[in-house]
Write a protein of this length. Structure first.
Length: 342
């Protein structure tokens, strides 16, 4: 196998802000995994929270590349078992490589990733679109521009969170979900949950910091008026078990857990445990979104609007229109890209 690594800058449609900062463009690393005349694609992007950027992801992949030259590819899962222990420090790089392995497998064996995983594209959930932080007038303008979207995910963690959601409720009939990105205390969460429930909010994503004591998470889990979904608290596979009894559901992201291989296992485990299942994304191109979209048949909630927030991008894959996914077409993850566009 041969690994090719490309660093790409993805321009955003507009400034994107959450409780931890704001960006106008995204650093991305797109990988091509070549074998037997076919090419698989994968992607990982910068995240200050998780401490990875294009250079650290590239360096980690370069460390693995020589070993892949002599590797005899059979399945993505076998490759993951070989590579994961070597990329303990960089699951973002592991995720890009694993996406490419799934895409490649599908192309070599003429199947889509979701079909290979015994899933069918029926009654799939719609995706939310994310409303970023900003002055109230800007937030309302953004909401207006998403008038046709059935579900909004609102980034919170400001001094006036409840006023923001109340103003949104006045201006939209869409389902509202909120993401506090670790910014609330136990008391705030319980208090806010009641008001947000009255405003018809569906759930709260990650109100407490990821490292909040278990006792705090348990109080929120038991007393919140709304379901609590773990994002920053549910990163890798063993976290699913740890979240059981402390959260009502988990938000799986490929970059956090190290790709599709563990993501399928996490969602299936969550199903067995009775946890709600969600998949999220970073702001990234159709390469990573089309990979994550293979999980959609397993989800209660989808939040895969990452590519929709871009002004332009070099890839073409699974599309989102007014929250509806196009059915993945083509083998593997159903994505193509044009390296000349970067
Ligand atoms: Mg989140």
């Amino acid at each position: 196998m041969r690994l090719e690594i490309h660093q790409v800058k993805l321009p955003l449609r507009r400034v994107f802000a959450i409780s931890r900062g704001a960006i106008t463009e995204q650093e991305s690393v797109i990988v091509e995994l070549h074998d037997q005349g076919k090419t698989g694609l994968g992607e990982a992007v910068k995240s200050s929270y998780y401490g990875h950027d294009a250079d650290t992801i590239t360096a980690a992949l370069q460390r693995i590349a020589p070993q892949l030259e002599a590797y005899e590819f059979t399945t993505p899962e076998t490759l993951w078992d070989v590579i994961a222990p070597q990329l303990e420090d960089n699951y973002f790089a592991l995720s890009a490589l694993d996406q490419a392995a799934h895409d490649l497998y599908g192309k070599l064996h003429a199947t889509t990733v979701y079909q290979r995983n015994r899933l069918s594209w029926r009654n799939v959930p719609q995706s939310s679109v994310t409303i970023s932080l900003g002055p109230m007038e800007e937030v309302l303008r953004e909401v207006e521009s998403y008038a046709d979207w059935p579900i909004l995910k609102v980034k919170l963690g400001t001094p006036n969170d409840l006023e923001i959601v109340a103003a949104l409720r006045q201006n939209t009939a869409a389902m509202i979900r909120v993401d506090a990105n670790c910014a609330w205390s136990v008391e705030e969460t319980i208090r806010n949950s009641q008001t947000l429930a009255d405003l018809g909010v569906e759930f709260i994503e990650q109100p407490l910091p990821a490292n909040a004591p278990e006792s705090s998470k348990r109080v929120v889990y038991e007393e919140s008026a709304l379901p609590i979904i773990a994002d920053e608290s549910c990163q890798r596979e063993h976290h699913v078990r740890e979240c059981d009894g402390l959260f009502h559901g988990i938000n799986v992201k490929l970059c956090k857990c190290g790709g599709l291989t563990p993501a399928f296992r996490m969602l299936r485990e969550a199903n067995v445990r009775g946890l709600k299942t969600m998949a999220g994304c970073m702001i990234e191109s159709d390469v990573a979104i089309s990979a994550a979209a293979q999980l959609v048949p397993l989800l209660d909630f989808a939040d895969l609007d990452g590519a929709f927030l871009l002004a332009s991008q070099p890839a073409q894959g699974v599309k989102l229109e007014q929250g509806n996914f196009s059915r993945p077409e083509g083998y593997g993850c159903g994505v193509t890209w044009d390296a000349s566009l970067v």
